[in-house]
Design a protein around this ligand. Structure first.
Ligand code: TRP
Length: 450
């Protein structure tokens, strides 16, 4: 085990919230949530998603925070700090692999936002009809430009990550998150005035329990993990920069609430438009890119709105991908003794290779068939495997480790706002959820899906 350099910690509490929210809020809220909800029947998905955020999301987030803050180590080192040389450290490696997989496909979508930003600035969207917007995306995605944008995005990510997290993310997120929030609310109001608003809202909010199937359940659980950046050690790594006074439970609740709020607002923004412009809600990953430009086009000064929106989405993606690369970079620096620049270069190089394959899975590689597997889309494989399998597995591992292996008195101390005095309610409930509810629930959901 290599010795890590002394860490500088977060300067302010606002910085902590801005950074964790910066990681949590991203394409997962604005792009992935609406398309997953659309594919999985809307309201049923939303109910389960919120339930998973409350039952699993907040407790697992607290577990990651407790482990990171108490050890001040990255995801691999945190497990070894408490259980040196045990098999537990491999949990850290699973986390590093899943963050690299997510970084790869996520950068492809972030690349799409760059293309749409540039096209918007050039005014290329404003004169198009809805069907022309649809074919614009379809023809863009089958060319080589998505590969180029993926690489451009990853290079930008390289330059920011190589300079270190705190300064970059903390400052960027402080400004960005409130701006994104205001912009989304303005667009929501506009969407609510569309003729398809009531149909869209009914799709999202009218509870229809008959639509709940095993695949909806696993999708909603995966989305809860993805959206809160859980199960891949990202939040754990960030919390290793917390001071001993950063309140864990409160920070987790604020992060989860803001994240969920932005996801729901994105649903309110998208679904009225989906029903107004006659797009299928179950369109999949391309949904947002075909629907949002239609909304912007009908607004006065649509070009400015769409340029602004896609630029914000690009920045929001950047604060999320910085957290994913940070997880791998910290591993290479702390455990392999690499210099930060080389570690970042290695991480980005891996993501460029896999990101290119993901970007091509809508064009040259779209007809890929594999022995035993059949037709195979690399992008969907990366998305599904990492979010719906690796992240929940990471969630089980961190829950069991923090709930059962870390000493209970230390956990209680981490979870309590004031170290002295009786443990708070959260400090009593959360260990129970970590020991029993989270591992059992996630395992059952896996078994039912098999
Ligand atoms: N939560 C981010 C989003 O919603 C994505 C993200 C960042 C992520 N870091 C992660 C997802 C780590 C899974 C694991 O866009």
């Amino acid at each position: 085990m290599k010795q890590s350099s002394p860490r500088s910690l977060f300067a302010t509490r606002l910085g902590v919230i801005a950074t964790t929210v910066g990681s949590a809020v991203g394409l997962g809220n604005i792009w992935r949530f609406p398309y997953e909800a659309g594919v999985h029947g809307g309201s049923a998905f939303l109910i389960l998603y919120i339930a998973f955020i409350l039952i699993l999301g907040v407790p697992v987030l607290c577990a990651e925070f407790a482990l990171g803050r108490s050890t001040h180590r990255g995801v691999f080192g945190a497990f070894s700090a408490i259980r040196p040389r045990s098999r537990w450290r491999w949990s850290g490696l699973i986390a590093v692999v899943s963050s690299l997989m997510i970084l790869s496909f996520y950068s492809v979508v972030a690349g799409w936002t760059l293309e749409y930003f540039i096209v918007s600035v050039k005014g290329g969207l404003s004169s198009l009809s809805d069907s022309e917007l649809h074919s614009l995306f379809s023809s863009f995605i089958v060319g080589w430009r998505p590969v180029g944008w993926t690489i451009v995005f990853l290079l930008i990510n390289y330059f920011v990550t190589a300079r270190g997290v705190q300064k970059g993310v903390e400052r960027l997120s402080n400004i960005l998150t409130p701006m994104l929030f205001i912009l989304i609310i303005a667009f929501c109001i506009n969407s609510l005035l569309l003729p398809g608003a009531s149909e869209g809202l009914a799709f999202l909010f009218h509870p229809d329990f008959s639509k709940i199937t095993p695949s909806v359940v696993i999708g909603a659980m995966g989305q809860a993990f993805f959206s809160l950046s859980l199960g891949s050690g990202v939040m754990l790594t960030y919390s290793s920069y917390f001071t001993d006074h950063t309140p864990i439970v409160r920070s987790a609740m604020i992060t989860a609430s803001l994240d969920t709020l932005i996801a729901i607002l994105s649903g309110i923004l998208i679904f009225p438009a989906v029903f107004t412009y006659g797009v299928s809600p179950a369109e999949g990953p391309t949904l947002v890119f075909e629907v949002l430009p239609s909304i912007f086009n009908r607004l006065p000064g649509g070009m400015i709105w769409s340029a602004l929106f896609f630029f914000m989405l690009f920045l929001a993606s950047l604060t999320s991908t910085m957290s994913m690369s940070e997880c791998a970079v910290t591993y290479f620096v702390e455990e392999k003794g690499m210099r930060r620049k080389s570690a970042t270069a290695l991480t980005i190089a891996v993501a460029v290779v896999f990101g290119t394959l993901c970007a091509l899975s809508f064009s040259s590689l779209s007809g890929l068939t594999l022995p035993f597997v059949g037709s195979f889309n690399i992008f969907n494989f990366f998305d599904y495997t990492s979010s719906n399998i690796l992240l929940p597995v990471g969630g089980i591992l961190v829950s069991v480790f923090v709930g059962r292996i870390m000493s209970r008195s230390q956990l209680t101390k981490q979870l309590s706002a004031r170290p002295s005095g009786a443990p708070s309610i959260a400090a009593r409930i959360i260990p129970f959820i970590l020991c029993w509810v989270a591992p059992v629930l996630i395992t059952i959901i896996f078994l039912v899906n098999l």
